[in-house]
Structure formats: C-alpha cells, structure tokens
Design a protein around this ligand. Structure first.
Ligand SMILES: [Zn+2]
Length: 300
C-alpha cells in the first residue's frame, strides 16, 4: 500500500444558495418575505465565512447560483476579490435531470455569463444542484464537455436516495460522454465494508467527531491523486435562521449539528493549514497529466 501523503490538497467548497432552494424544500411554497430573509442571511453568512477564511489565510472554491450574481453582485465580486474561485451552481438551482440537453446548456450558459460579469473573472467549474449528474442525466456530460468549462464536481461516488454514482472513482477522473469528456473532481468519500460514505459535507461533517473526518481524508490520501474535496453551504453556518417547515426526517437531516459548524470549520482550518487549494488550481495540475487519470463513462 502506498504511504499516506500528508500533503494531499484539501479543497473547501461552498455551494452558495439561499436556504429555500435546498432539495428538501422543493415542494414547499416559500413566501417573498421569507425568501428575502434567507437572501439576507445567505449574504451575511457567506461574509462571515469569508472573514474566517481570511483569518486563516485559506482559499476556497465557491459554486454560486447564477441568480445570486444578479441579486448580490457585490457579494460575488468580493468573493473573487478575496482570491477565491467562483464556479457555477446552475442558474436557479434546478436539478440537471429536470432539463433537456438544450435546456441545461442554456441554464449553464446563463449562470456562467452572469457570474463572470459580476466577478470579473472566468468561470472554470460546475457543481450541479444536489449532485444531480447521475445515470439518469448521463447526456449532461456532453453538454459539460462542450461548454468550455474545465472541470465538473457533480458526480458523488456514493449510494444515496437523492443522488450518487456508486461505481464512479473516488479520486479525480475523466468523465466520458458520448462525444466528449470533462475532468471530474468528486467530493470526498470514506470507503468502509465495500461502500463509499458521503463524508465530505452535510450531516456527516456536522455530526461526527472531527478525528473521523481526519481519518477519512487520510484514507483518501492513500490513493492516486487524492483530493479532499469537502462541501458546505452558507446556511449551515447560520444557527439563528428561521427553519423551513420540513417533515421530521428532512428537518433532522437539514438542521442537525449546525450550531457547531463554524467551530468545526475553524478546527479544519487549523488542522489542514497550508493544504487548502482552490479546485481550479488542483485542476491546472491534473490537466498536465490528463492521460494518466482514470476514465469513467456514465451509462444511462
Ligand atoms: Zn445547492
């Protein structure tokens, strides 16, 4: 077994969206006043994260919903100006599988154009809402390959009721479509008893002892080209927010542990100091050895 590489990069990624856009709330009608509240809190929470990253001297990748580039252009500009990466998190947080290929192409272009205009920098990466690049939307790989983007981070190699491609590689790979391909940076997983656990964010990050997260990131570092891609949302750092009227299971999944997320991020920033890289910088290194990366084809 190859030795653990303690220098493998850790990528902090933030999917920037207001809380009412989350998948668990898809069937709720959320009024205008509540939407505005969530928009204000999203901005405040994102700015607190920016301050925390600045204190630690860490850089991160922010995948932002395109509509936010229009509603909060200063926020998008300030994220980029602080040295972080701006990527696309779709136009208005529709799952990829709800589109036709043409519809997805337009949605992606609209979000990338709006973000580039607000940020003043080029967008290179995409994170699908709810990791919705799956077998059911395999056609999306060609749209991504032909979009001019340099990488995607939407294929989660886990078994989950809402998303996931359990057979996909756990380390960076070339995601092959029918006509083209795109470099894929999968979120971190932990392999145990033949299964990949989605430990890179959400309830796993919020609930489990951080020593376990370190073990997970270290396990990943034993493989080729390990990247500890972690993902968070600004609303996970906002324990005072009004809660959505979700069902019991969704409510537990959504809100559990959020009172300690800021402190936990602080521990990660200390523990992995010097290892934080933006996804785009990791991608630049990987592009130089593109031919050596594993290939994986999503078959619908
Ligand atoms: Zn999202």
């Amino acid at each position: 077994m190859p030795p653990i590489r303690p220098d493998s990069p850790v990528v902090l990624s933030f999917d920037v969206e207001e809380q009412h856009r989350i998948e668990a709330a898809a069937r709720l009608t959320v009024g205008e006043v509540t939407r505005r509240t969530y928009a204000d809190r999203m901005e405040a929470s994102t700015r607190r994260i920016l301050a925390q990253l600045a204190d630690a001297g860490a850089v991160a990748s922010f995948y932002v919903v395109g509509e936010i580039a229009v509603s909060h252009p200063n926020l998008v500009r300030d994220i980029a100006a602080a040295g972080h990466e701006i990527g696309s998190h779709s136009w208005d947080h529709q799952r990829v599988n709800r589109f036709t290929p043409d519809g997805f192409r337009e949605d992606l272009k609209r979000s990338v154009d709006a973000l580039e205009q607000a940020a003043g920098v080029k967008v290179a990466g995409f994170r699908a809402p709810t990791f919705s690049v799956t077998k059911g939307s395999a056609w999306a790989v060609d749209v991504l390959a032909e979009s001019g983007l340099r990488y995607d981070s939407s294929v989660f190699p886990v078994r989950h009721d809402r998303y996931g491609v359990p057979a996909a590689p756990r380390t960076p790979f070339i995601l092959q479509g029918e006509r083209g391909s795109i470099l894929e940076l999968p979120p971190a997983t932990y392999r145990v008893m033949g299964q990949n656990l989605p430990v890179a964010g959400g309830g796993y990050f919020r609930l489990f002892p951080l020593s376990l997260l370190r073990a997970w990131v270290n396990q990943l570092a034993k493989g080729p080209d390990p990247v500890g891609m972690l993902y968070f949302h600004p609303w996970e750092f906002d324990p005072g927010q009004p809660q959505l009227p979700l069902g019991r299971l969704s409510r537990a999944r959504t809100y559990v542990g959020i009172s300690s997320t800021t402190r936990r991020l602080g521990s990660l920033l200390k523990r992995y100091a010097g290892r934080f890289r933006r996804a785009i910088d990791v991608v630049t290194d990987l592009e130089a050895k593109r031919d050596q990366l594993p290939r994986f084809k999503l078959v619908g």
